[in-house]
Design a binder for this molecule. Sequence first.
Ligand code: FAD
Ligand code: SIN
Length: 538
Amino acid sequence: MSDTISNHDVLIIGSGAAGLTAAITLAKTHKVLVMAKGALDSGATGWAQGGIAAVLEPGDTFESHINDTMIAGAGLNDRETVEFVVENAPAAIERLAALGVPFNEGHDDFGDRWHLTREGGHSHRRIVHVDDATGWAVQKALEKAADANPNITLMPDMVAIDLITGKHQVDYSGEGRVWGVYAFNTKTKRVEAFTARATILATGGAGRAYLFSTAPRGATGDGIAMAWRAGCRVSNMEMMQFHPTCLYNLEVKNFLITEAVRGEGGHLVLPPGVPGAGERFMARFDPERMELAPRDVVARAIDHELKRLGLDFVHLDISHQDPEFVKHHFPNIYNRLLPLGIDITKDPIPVVPAQHYTCGGVKIDLHGRTDLPGLYAAGEVSESGLHGANRLASNSLLECFVFGEAAAQDIASQWDSLPAPPPILGWDESRVTDSDEEVIVQHNWKEIRRFMWDYVGIVRTNKRLERAMHRINLLSSEVDEYYGNFRVTPDLIELRNLLEVARLIVRSALKRKESRGLHYTTDYPDTLPVPQDTVLIP
Ligand code: FAD
Ligand code: SIN
């Protein structure tokens, strides 16, 4: 038994935009522990490029941002949530500016105070950004504020394993109330228990369930899997977003080319050597919106052209714009691609679609509450109703700020009625030994990511989904046996979660008997008249 049990006011699992926003809000009144799987900045937040959407100039309206969000989401969005997020967006941007995020300043043409860029699906310029590396500036500003706050303890290198509920109480209770989490300390290699009156899951998405993804290594859906195992509903897991333009390069994998490149005039064209070389093929798929159609439309168009012509990539070309303009707007991409022999002021960029964002997740209400008392969720781990069947560009960081704050405020306002945690059991390692065959974990990791890419990708069929489910069932017994017999390691914890989320994705995809937004299946190509969430109940 591990005897390391510590108690805290509030526990936040995740140190990205959602987790740190919640921590900074809560720290006004309570003591907060924030844990992260690796380094504090290793989540998706630091990798965000394009920016944050908000209505910030007189010509734009909340109604327009709401409509754009609902159109991109193919009507599956919850209108109340969309209104809530869109209307709270300007205040969220102000808070970030007050924390010192150096948003690019405006000029005469677009935006007065800040420069506003444009991305697919937005009918206005409404995206504040810090060059083409917005997420890094946001992450560092939030970390600085959290680090300076004596009520916040930051704890990197902790891998949360499972939520602590009534069944882990010393006096067993069948209740689902969440009392905290068991986590593996990667420094001491011991499992510790952390209890709190409230726990917020801010663990990000599950992109690494796919072979090609723009998401960071830690995006293994841990929070979704933990919440599901503890008894929370998850919804819309079939809505996996594929970003149309990930760099195609044999040396540098998974590098995003921001949608703002298309927003600032970049064209998608067929590469040399094929019939129609140089053609702006989006004209055949979405003649009005062209390269700025919502992501699902552009990603499917590229996928179609890759398969039709047997290509490895298509070209994204912004070399017709003034070189200084290109370098000024995209310094990060320019500098990253130059050593690879691609000068984006002169050369087109080879791109392919890659998994990018998990629209589904743990079901929450407008206060960030999950189904289980004591447990909240915010950010990419959650399904709040904002994104529906497809997330509108730059609405994701926004969701983190709005729901991170909402969850924190709800906890603070309920504080006196939140019960203190009872005595709980420590982690029991008496019946496990050290793993003897690490190769099994590595092999299964790779296998999941490969079949999810091949069978549960941009275009789906029942047959492929059933094949994927078959593989998942086979792997489940292997992983369960492994988990039951051996001491946990970070890779094993992630593998177990990856497999859990793969099952949730495939189950959800099999349940949806239509094509809508990101879920496109040749077996049901039509869209049903009434949009309905896919809700899985544990
Ligand atoms: P993350 O920032 O991913 O943080 C997750 C945290 O949880 C990390 O601290 C991690 O260590 C921790 N964690 C995970 N599992 C565990 C565990 N088991 N135990 C302990 N800790 C754990 N969105 C936009 O709105 N605009 C953009 O321009 C944009 N660009 C993007 C570019 C890229 C390349 C990518 C990948 C995404 C982009 N997105 C963008 C999406 C956006 O960045 C993410 O959705 C958002 O940052 C998610 O924030 P989060 O706080 O929910 O999670
Ligand atoms: C991008 O910069 O293209 C990503 C924006 C987003 O994911 O919202």
